[in-house]
Design a protein around this ligand. Structure first.
Ligand SMILES: C[S@@+](CC[C@H](N)C(=O)[O-])C[C@H]1O[C@@H](n2cnc3c(N)ncnc32)[C@H](O)[C@@H]1O
Length: 265
């Protein structure tokens, strides 16, 4: 009971702080500062998230270890080229094949130093290119140049999902796969769903977490995304063991989906 009251109080404090920030904050807190703040705040989150999702990520990314690159020079080195959109600090490197050639498309330039630090722990992998851009427009990445595309916890922040799917289909080799794990709107009516809609509608999460909207139906959008097939599974984060205070927002993003979308051959 006490814990629940504390949680409600915490949410109220966050709401009031954010409403004040929404009203007065933008004057002092433009996009560059928001990106800088978010990259710093978020750099330690993947360790926590991977503890909760590692079981599913291992299953999701297993096929990456079986893919043969479409490019002879990469095949020779037993490598594949992965494009990770919104890679942040490199949350998924531990699940990728060790000879991965990584291309990143992320609009936040402040994550680059963090992903470079992560890459140093995986010396056989290579960060081939870090493109500062939203995945809606990846013109610097050539068509059909990518063996597999990955995104985790990204599509919540993107405004134009259909353009992102179009770009993913363009850069992938024919028959290539898009691997995703995203938090989504709760499919069932629940207190979480109500809070997701409230926070999403008020723009609170978007302001605090660099554009993240907790009430998106990403599954529905994916199914309209022009892929030859889409395979989606659901799970919820298990938070029984507690959550560090700094990551309390994670209570809002418990419902997850993960799976693959495959382009036509
Ligand atoms: C919540 S973080 C997730 C980082 C990492 N993928 C993970 O699972 O921990 C969201 C990431 O998506 C990036 N992002 C936001 N909008 C994006 C967009 N339109 N296209 C590509 N990346 C985007 C952010 O800069 C950030 O790196």
């Amino acid at each position: 009971m006490l814990l629940e009251i504390l949680q409600v109080l915490l949410v109220l404090i966050i709401v009031i702080t954010v409403l004040l920030l929404l009203k007065y904050g933008n004057r002092y807190f433009g996009t560059e500062n928001r990106h800088r703040f978010f990259a710093e705040y978020f750099k330690d989150f993947p360790k926590f998230h991977n503890e909760k999702t590692g079981f599913y990520k291992k299953e999701l990314f297993k096929p990456l270890h079986e893919i043969e690159s479409s490019f002879p020079d990469l095949r020779k080195g037993n490598a594949i080229r992965i494009l990770e959109i919104g890679a942040g600090p490199g949350a998924n490197m531990e699940f990728f094949p060790k000879h991965t050639k990584l291309v990143v498309a992320d609009p936040n330039p402040f994550f680059k130093q963090h992903i470079e630090a992560t890459m140093r722990k995986f010396p056989e992998a290579e960060l081939e290119n870090y493109v500062v851009t939203g995945a809606e427009d990846m013109k610097d990445i050539p068509s059909h140049s990518i063996d597999a595309v990955v995104s985790t916890l990204v599509l919540c922040s993107a405004e134009d999902l259909q353009n992102i799917y179009k770009e993913i289909r363009r850069v992938l080799v024919p028959g290539g796969k898009f691997f995703f794990m995203e938090h989504v709107i709760d499919p069932q009516m629940s207190s979480i769903k109500i809070l997701q809609i409230l926070f999403g509608t008020l723009g609170i999460c978007q302001f605090l977490f660099d554009g993240c909207r907790p009430d998106k139906d990403i599954k529905k959008e994916l199914e309209k995304g022009g892929f030859a097939s889409v395979d989606v599974k659901r799970f919820r984060l298990d938070l029984k063991e507690g959550v560090p205070l700094a990551f309390s927002g994670v209570y809002l993003i418990q419902p997850h989906i993960y799976g693959t979308a495959t382009t036509a051959t």
